[in-house]
Design a protein around this ligand. Sequence first.
Ligand code: PLP
Length: 672
Amino acid sequence: RSLYAVKGWGGPYFLVDDSGRLCVKPSADAAPVDVYKLCRDVRQQGVQFPMLLRFPEIVRGRLHELQGCFNHAIALAGYQGVFSGVFPVKCNHDCGLIEGILEAGRPCNFGLEVGSKAELLMAMSKIGTSPGALLICNGYKDAAFMRLAVHCWELGIKAVIVLEQTQELDVLLEEAAKAGVQPVIGMRAKLATRHGGHWGTTSGENAKFGLSPSDMVAVMRKLTAAGMADCLQLLHFHIGSQITNLSVVTEAASEAAYLYAELAHMGAAMRYLDCGGGLGIDYDGTASESHSSLPFSIQDYASGIVCAVQSVCTEKAIPVPTVVTESGRALVSHHAVLIFDVISRQGQVCQPPAAEPEEAAQAEHHVVKAARKEELSPRLTVQGQALLQASRAATRAVQPTAASMREAYLLSLSLKEQALKAFKGGCISLEERASVDLECEAMLQRVRDIAAASDAALPDDVQLLCMPPVATYHINLSVFRSAPDMWAIQQLFPIMPIHRLDEQPTVSAILADLTCDSDGRIDRFISAAGSKASASTLKLHELKPGEPYLLGMFLTGAYQEVMGSAHNMLGTLNVVTVRSSNCSNSSVFGDTPEAEISPRLRGPGYAVDTVEHGESACEVLTRANHVRQDMVEGVRATASAAASQGRMEWGAAKSMLKAYERLLDSYTYLSL
Ligand code: PLP
């Protein structure tokens, strides 16, 4: 169980129960839900793998934890201001998720952050029901964006228009003048504080975003000249995501607080200090400073910011600001679990037919036997038979000594190589080459078996030779669609089987996805508990015929859904939103009475709230401008031509066309 370090990255939401099943505990008062059972139940209702499970209660819990940590830090420090969090919608655009965040965050005025026109349009439609919440408008803006944003206050929406570049000020002033409103303005500061993680390049003086000190002074002078200095109320910074060094967090907050204080002294009516995102999560469970981990708690983060800001404000003798953060990753990562099935395994050792030891001495090779029985009619060659006999003899001759095992290993490589050369030279048949490969594999397996049975310590080099081969498990998933950060920025996500966790996994494997792309593989994994280095293989179980083998990828709730692409036309996933059935708080899920939820979608400890079906092949094709009717007509015409020319029965042509249409409407992943 500790193989997958669940306690490190998963606590308190994920755990392994006594029967070897991965369970989710969406909230402190919820009973653990057996994820394997849940998935099998949902599958029985016709929902195919891969599927994304959402647990909105986890988001609610994270939101309350973040708010609670800031409240605690504020109380402890005697800070005379409040915390007002916002969720950056770019992290996950899901409608239910965003509505859930606003609903859960309403008592503490939790708001939204947007960075584009589409995000603004969406946020404006949702945030009206949270009158105390902030709507932070970041990102590059044109006149249309400004026009909409300046009207927000009239609508009762507390929108802050954050200038990312100096040119935006003129556009803003013009639109505000036309609308006759005094907008609330913020500035994004380009801090000198840098962080060392993947997004470190978005920090420091050469950062892509934000205003330099001279830009800030210029904006301040222009606002003062326009008599609008008091419109400037917020200073924002964001130095990058997944910051793993607490002193970088506090240094940035302190640097920003000095800028904030200066703007206040220059006449701005400063009220908010927006510390952006950056709060990370512990993907590998090691609580270290590695890019995949986090060595401090949310409480440390909140206290660090509050104390840093308070200290500067005391020094500069100004009132403290409302602290805003735009935490995305930390809020929503845990709530989504990707479940996918293993299709097959490559690299399985296929043993040639076993011969009794006595028989084996004079045995003919199975290729020869098959030829005699005329089963396969293989083309036999002198060279091929010589190689086969040599490999069989060598397998029988392996002794349980280090020297013999080494020799067998090297011989197996050499015989395989000789068979390849002979095949390339046209001297042996394909069947002979395949048989030599299998015999050599059997020789290696014999070496491994001897090593496993040996009580004596083997030399290191022999132990290395005896390592089982790495197997490739083919998975029903697209890395590019569902975990793009794995490919794009080498992000590690915890991956593990969700069942059979009471059995020792014996196979060292890597994962290969459905795409025809060699980058569509996963060969970096978090290590067993305690180790900071990533592992190159994942320990998995042998596949059992007729039994699905389900894997879960965890902490995928931020960025992965929005950044995934339709490589190979693999579309969006089936999404199943689940709540714990003993959850009494209906506000996370709206007011759907229990009775309205289909009893078929209930199980021990859980109720399925919604199932959203992933894209069909036709929907993915339509996005690339393919027209369903044209495609169907095209295939119909080809099929009629084939039938009228006698190449196909009319009946077969008709049923083929039906199957074509059915497939157009079906899920883009394999149906196993
Ligand atoms: N705010 C801004 C301006 C961002 O660019 C981002 C993401 O990069 C965030 C907030 C969210 O950051 P995180 O997911 O690290 O909390």
